[in-house]
Design a protein around this ligand. Structure first.
Ligand code: SF4
Ligand SMILES: [Zn+2]
Length: 324
């Protein structure tokens, strides 16, 4: 894999800074649950969400922590469909499914291509099937898989940012144009695209983090992406902790996530069934005030569901003493 010399850290450094992986079983998904999400029709509907266990992604993005629940080796043929059946048989019936594999669904060493027909049979009853991928794995296999489904296929990809230097320094091994060319190709196969966008990359100030998250969502929507999810950049994977110690990375604060979300919602997201979400996972880590955290988290959840900018939380503690 070609190294990008100007990344914050190279492949070897990212690997060396990692901690241990969690123990996972190639025949079992490592997590599965049902979550509610606003769908393209505007309804809040249940989504069966399954985190598949498989071989780790071959890329070494500086901010990635998805390797923690992966394996060194490709899983045996049959294991991935077995994981899907295991999870779906234990979850209530839903119309939509997210099947995320901590990497790239169309990476042949992650999900063996021999398993795709059986996998498709497992999910053929869903109205929407969402998998994740990197642009370099957007091959003809995407269209072939899409033709096996009766519902819509949506592919989620990390755009991360349209700030070209920041993207290069993430060691993501793609350019902004690579991402958008992949979007064009997927749309031409009638596949919907969801983009993950990062809030406050290394080297960015709080306000630059907001600015580039909003610019990135805007560019993604203009190119035909239908859903953007904003994710605050976190530490905890070794590499980001190194950058934090060097003064090159600081996670965003919760107020920045609120601001970025509000500005993205002003981009006419509701037009043409577009949606913008914020990732609500582990938000407590970026909270600045225990007094108003629950209210701010609930507001973001409600904004995810309504796609409306709701009245701001006014806190008697931090709004009188705000340094954010
Ligand atoms: S492409 Fe995705 S899964 Fe692979 S290292 Fe980068 S962020 Fe992680
Ligand atoms: Zn507060």
């Amino acid at each position: 894999m070609k190294e990008v010399p100007s990344s914050w850290l190279n492949d070897a450094e990212v690997l060396a800074l990692r901690g241990p992986r969690n123990p996972v079983d190639p025949w079992l998904p490592y997590a599965y649950f049902v979550e509610d999400e606003r769908t393209a029709t505007g309804l809040i509907e249940s989504v069966a969400t399954v985190f598949l266990t498989n071989r780790e992604c071959p890329l070494r993005c500086v901010m990635c922590d998805l390797w923690k629940n992966t394996l060194d080796a490709t899983v045996p043929i049959g294991a991935i469909p077995a994981q899907v059946k295991f999870a779906l048989s234990r979850l209530p019936s839903t119309k939509h499914a997210k099947l995320y594999n901590s990497g790239n669904f169309f990476d042949r060493r992650a999900v063996p291509p021999e398993d795709l027909p059986d996998f498709a049979r497992c999910v053929e009853h869903f109205e929407t099937v969402i998998v994740e991928n990197h642009p370099r794995f957007c091959t003809t296999a995407c269209g072939t898989f899409r033709s096996l489904l009766s519902g819509r296929l949506e592919i989620a990809m990390g755009l991360e940012t349209i700030h070209t230097d920041s993207l290069r320094r993430l060691n993501k091994q793609m350019t902004v144009e690579d991402f958008f060319q992949a979007v064009d190709g997927l749309l031409s196969h009638d596949i919907d695209v969801r983009a993950f966008i990062l809030l406050r990359l290394p080297g960015m100030s709080e306000s630059e983090g907001i600015e580039w998250a909003v610019k990135s969502a805007d560019a993604a929507f203009r190119r035909g992406v239908t859903t953007c999810t904003i994710i605050p950049v976190r530490g905890g994977n070794g590499a980001m902790d190194r950058l934090a110690r060097q003064g090159q990375f600081q996670p965003p604060v919760l107020r920045s996530l609120e601001t970025a979300f509000e500005e993205c919602l002003r981009l006419n997201c509701a037009v043409n069934q577009r949606r913008v979400f914020v990732d609500l996972w582990d938000l407590i880590q970026i909270s600045q005030c225990p007094f108003c955290f629950a209210a701010r988290q609930q507001r973001l959840r409600d904004m995810n569901d309504s796609q409306l900018i709701l009245p701001p939380v006014i806190c008697p503690v931090c709004d009188n003493n705000s340094q954010d």
